[in-house]
Write a protein that binds this ligand. Structure first.
Ligand code: SIN
Length: 290
């Protein structure tokens, strides 16, 4: 068992927000999904106060050893999330972390207050780092703004608050430290690196949102460096992510200071990646113990 912000988890591998669609997986895998759920906790895709349609297509580009997405946080809004998604997520048999994004402190506050008395939700992750929306990124790269946001949100809930940090900043350690000072219980990193792809044959940027976020093995070394630098700056637990595709990748993030590891882009290639990586990680621990 792993302890994380007072929550007990069967192992240290969870999913990265937006990288495992439980509703789609349930349609495809049925009851098997809950019998063999691949993660020790489920992190929802970002939910906002009002519904969002997301960015115009195209939304994806395959790049060397990675993927650039410009999804733009499409979601049904908090009301439909509570009515339609939450009952499904609550039946998964693992703790639920709900990821939220507000375009102002007031929107974040409304989301936190709405979730505060929902027993199904074990923790809330604040997405202050999506590169694909006009708001959201700025505050995540501004230590003072982050501290003030956390100071405002902290009194609104007893639930652990996890801050999802952006790598698109000069000093991620300063942002993590500011989140901790403001009252965050944990930080998670890295979200995607801002990136661009040009349309083949000309015509400017390929993605409908012009730029997107790079993920996958291409960002693994960046994630390792940023998690290591944050671990030197904060005492709160860290969820490390970025290009994790194997138990060895997960073990590396744990070695530099992460408490949990999240699997993102690899889930699109292998929906059972979470279980596989958790088993490989257990093998790495067993080998190291010998
Ligand atoms: C998106 O929906 O644009 C991706 C989510 C994120 O990068 O936070």
């Amino acid at each position: 068992m792993i302890e994380f912000c007072g929550i007990e988890l069967a192992h240290p591998v969870i999913n990265a927000s937006g990288c495992f669609d439980v509703l789609a997986a349930r349609e495809r895998f049925g009851e098997q999904l809950t019998r063999q759920f691949p993660f020790a906790a489920y992190v929802s895709k970002t939910v906002t106060l009002a519904p969002r349609a997301g960015n115009p297509p195209p939304r994806l580009w395959e790049s060397p050893a990675g993927m650039i997405n410009s999804i733009g946080l499409p979601n049904p809004g908090i009301e439909r999330y509570l009515d339609e998604h939450l009952p499904v997520y609550a039946g998964l048999g693992v703790p639920l972390i709900t990821n939220v994004m507000g375009s102002s402190a007031g929107e974040f506050a409304a989301l936190i207050e709405t979730l505060a008395d929902r027993a199904e939700v074990s923790a809330v992750e604040l997405n202050v780092s999506c590169p694909n929306v006009a708001t959201g990124l700025d505050i995540g790269a501004d230590p003072r703004g982050l501290r003030l946001l956390l100071e405002e949100l902290r009194p609104l809930t007893q639930k652990p608050l996890i801050v999802k940090l952006t790598p698109n900043t000069a000093d991620v350690g300063a942002c993590a430290s500011a989140a901790e000072d403001g009252g965050a219980d944990a930080v998670s990193l890295i979200n995607t690196l801002r990136a661009m792809a040009l349309a083949p044959g000309g015509g400017g940027p390929w993605l409908g949102g012009r730029t997107g976020g790079l993920s996958g093995p291409a960002i693994r070394a960046v994630a390792l460096a940023q998690v290591a630098s944050v671990a030197e700056r904060v005492a709160i637990p860290i969820i490390g992510m970025g290009g994790v595709g194997s138990g060895a990748d997960a073990a590396a993030l744990l070695e530099v200071g992460a408490r949990l590891v999240a699997v993102g882009t690899e889930n699109f290639r292998d929906p059972a990646a979470g279980s596989r990586i958790a088993a490989e990680l257990a093998g790495v621990f067993a080998e190291n113990a010998d």
